[in-house]
Design a protein around this ligand. Structure first.
Ligand SMILES: Cc1ncc(COP(=O)(O)O)c(C=O)c1O
Length: 422
């Protein structure tokens, strides 16, 4: 027996589905999926791509990589198509990077559930470093220096630094000064920076300054992105990576392509057609993205407000669709309900009809009273409800006033009131 388990977020999603099938009401904040309908032109691109049935190049066809390069160009990262690989999801690219680049992996704590198991699969040690107070997704610089020193005295060799901005699970974005400081450490310590920018197009305020580590440290940074979050296409599995332009970057790209060739071969042909359309960002798609980012921001802010209203502390969300509250200020009343750790808190919330994922699943301290609430499942259970939420934003109306959204927020308020009532 390997002892390997199904990812905890998938297990929770399954439990929620079972309870709902039994007719129970449950506020689902437990799964990081963007529950929005497919934008119709993407369907058309998929249909047009049906004829792309050849294997084609491992790294992706030229037209797709040109579109991805353009996407990076427009984000202050001049890119040649040869620096790009497309793949079935950024998850596959992240694992391939871990397999080919030597050294242990420095991870912000908390961080996305998959980085750690991937490090283990790649035979590496995951070295967790706490995030600063101001935001998640990146390690605190002083703690990072200390962790690297300690790792070296233990005979470990840190080789990769993972940064995620905007972040899952905290829904926050690292500011430029912090990114520069972390890049300086990566340079000193000769680390490869893996910058996971899959939520980059979901900044709630598009005027917020965003600095990619690849702008500061172009020769040491691989940027990974995809269409699962910004276009709600998780099930279509489209990811992309941008490698440094120099000789080292080319070698790294060739190594990842080698893993790809022995594993997924290439991104499915019809999905390459979709990627060529989406990464080119025609105006109608830009408009969809801008409106959806506003929807995510509005709902995440509403959920944040409700946690803070009952006394939790929580970094205000600035990107993506998550909040990560800390119920430490409520430790005494929660202890009276028998809750002393994050799993106890997750279970009590589940009993009260709210599904969230305990902080330990993101590498956080199990004794802390923290969890991730994913807010992207609140737009409605049916395609009609989800479209109504999108339409409200398109018309400049408040999506929180839609009856189905208002009702689920009321359910959340009621559950939170009970949580702290004793
Ligand atoms: C931070 C982060 N990176 C990567 C992924 C994986 O995305 P993909 O669907 O491209 O594999 C996710 C999905 O949850 C994520 O939250």
């Amino acid at each position: 027996m390997s002892g390997r388990k199904i990812s905890p977020n998938l297990a929770l999603d399954q439990r929620v589905a079972e309870r709902r099938a039994r007719g129970e009401r449950i506020v689902h904040l437990g799964f990081g999926e963007s529950r929005l309908p497919v934008f119709p032109p993407l369907r058309e691109a998929l249909a047009q791509g049906a004829g792309r049935n050849a294997y084609g190049p491992v790294v992706g066809a030229e037209d797709v990589r040109t579109a991805v390069a353009g996407w990076f160009d427009r984000r202050a990262l001049p890119t040649a198509p040869d620096q790009v690989i497309v793949a079935p999801g950024s998850k596959a690219l992240l694992l391939a990077l871990q397999l080919v680049h030597p050294g242990d992996v420095l991870l912000p704590t908390p961080c996305w559930v998959t980085y750690r198991p991937q490090a283990v699969l790649a035979g590496k040690r995951a070295l967790g470093v706490p995030v600063p107070d101001e935001c998640g997704g990146v390690p605190d610089p002083d703690a990072l220096r200390a962790r690297i020193r300690r790792a070296r005295t233990e005979g470990r060799r840190p080789g990769i630094l993972v940064l995620t901005s905007p972040d899952n699970p905290t829904g926050t974005t690292a500011g430029p000064a912090l990114v520069r400081e972390l890049c300086a450490i990566a340079e000193e310590e000769e680390l490869l920076v893996v910058s996971d920018e899959i939520y980059r197009d979901l900044l709630h305020d598009p005027r917020r300054p965003y600095l990619s580590p690849a702008e500061v440290l172009p020769h040491r940074t691989v940027v990974v992105t995809g269409l699962s979050k910004n276009l709600a296409l998780g099930g279509w599995r489209i990811g992309a990576a941008r490698f440094p332009a120099d000789e080292h970057g080319r070698r790294l790209r060739d190594d990842v392509a080698s893993v790809a060739s022995e594993n997924w071969s290439t991104l499915a042909g019809p999905m390459q057609q979709v990627a060529a359309y989406a990464f080119a960002e025609p105006p109608e798609l830009r408009a969809r993205l801008v409106a959806d980012a506003r929807l995510h921001g509005t709902v995440a802010a509403a959920v944040h407000e409700r946690f803070v209203a009952v006394g939790a502390t929580c970094r205000p969300p600035t990107g993506g669709f998550y909040v990560y509250p800390d119920f430490e200020p409520l430790r005494a009343p929660l202890a009276r309900q028998g809750v002393t750790d994050d799993e106890g808190l997750q279970l009590l919330l589940e009993e009260l009809g709210v599904a969230v994922l305990a902080g330990r699943h993101f590498g956080d301290d199990p004794a802390a009273l923290r969890f991730r609430a994913a807010t992207s499942m609140l737009y409605g259970d049916t395609r009609e409800e989800q479209r109504a939420a999108q339409r409200a934003v398109e018309r400049g109306e408040d999506p929180l006033r839609l009856p189905h959204v208002a009702e689920v927020l009321r359910d959340l308020e009621r559950a939170l009131a009970k949580l702290t009532a004793v």
